[in-house]
Design a protein around this ligand. Structure first.
Ligand code: MN3
Length: 185
C-alpha cells in the first residue's frame, strides 16, 4: 500500500482499494444476483435499476482493475517501442499526448476518468473521458449485438410500441454475425 509513496500515499491507497473498490465488487455481484433472480422469476419490474447498478459498479470495478495495474513504483518516464510510435503517430508527440490527457482529466465534470483507449474498429489510439464510471457502459466490452431503440429506428411502423419493434428485431438477428464478433480477437 505504500509502494507508490510519496506520489500516492498509503492511507489513500488503503481506503481506495479496500473500501471503494470493494464496494464496486460487492455492488456488481449483488446486481448480477438480482438480475439472475429476475430471469428465474421472469419478473423484470426492477430491470432498469439493476442494469444501472451493474453498469455503475461493473464499470467501477473494471476501471479500477486497469488503474491499479497501470501503476508501478518503477513507473514514470516515457513509453518506448510500439506504444511510443502509436502515441507519436496519433497525437504528434509524447508531450502533446500528455498535455491533452492531463487537460481531459482536469476537465471532467464531477467524478470520472480520463482514458487512453484503443478504438477496436480503427485500431487507433484516442483520449476519452467518462463521467462517473459508466454512463452507461463498461469500458472493457466489445459490442456483439446492437439494438437501436431511438424512435427513428421504429416509429414509422411501430409508433410508440417499442416492445413490438424489439420483438420484430429478434426475428431478424444475424446470429452468424454475432458469433463471428464473439470469436474476433
Ligand atoms: Mn477510484
Amino acid at each position: 500500500y505504500n509502494a507508490l509513496e510519496p506520489y500516492i500515499d498509503e492511507q489513500t491507497m488503503r481506503l481506495h482499494h479496500d473500501k471503494h473498490h470493494l464496494a464496486y465488487v460487492n455492488g456488481l455481484n449483488n446486481a448480477e444476483a438480482k438480475l439472475a433472480e429476475a430471469r428465474e422469476k421472469n419478473d423484470y419490474s426492477l430491470v432498469k435499476h439493476w442494469t444501472r447498478e451493474a453498469a455503475f459498479h461493473g464499470a467501477g470495478h473494471y476501471l479500477h482493475c486497469i488503474f491499479w495495474n497501470n501503476l508501478s513504483p518503477k513507473g514514470g518516464g516515457r513509453p518506448s517501442g510500439e506504444l511510443a510510435d502509436a502515441i507519436a503517430g496519433r497525437f504528434g508527440s509524447f508531450e502533446s499526448f500528455l498535455n491533452h490527457f492531463k487537460a481531459a482529466g482536469a476537465a471532467v465534470e464531477g467524478s470520472g476518468w480520463a482514458l487512453l483507449v484503443r478504438n477496436n474498429v480503427t485500431r487507433a489510439l484516442d483520449i476519452l473521458t467518462a463521467e462517473k464510471h459508466q454512463n452507461l457502459g463498461q469500458w472493457v466490452v466489445t459490442p456483439l449485438l446492437a439494438l437501436d431503440v431511438w424512435e427513428h429506428a421504429y416509429y414509422l411502423k411501430y409508433q410508440n410500441n417499442r416492445a413490438a419493434y424489439i420483438e420484430a428485431f429478434t426475428q431478424v438477428i444475424n446470429w452468424e454475425d454475432v458469433r463471428r464478433r464473439l470469436q474476433a480477437p
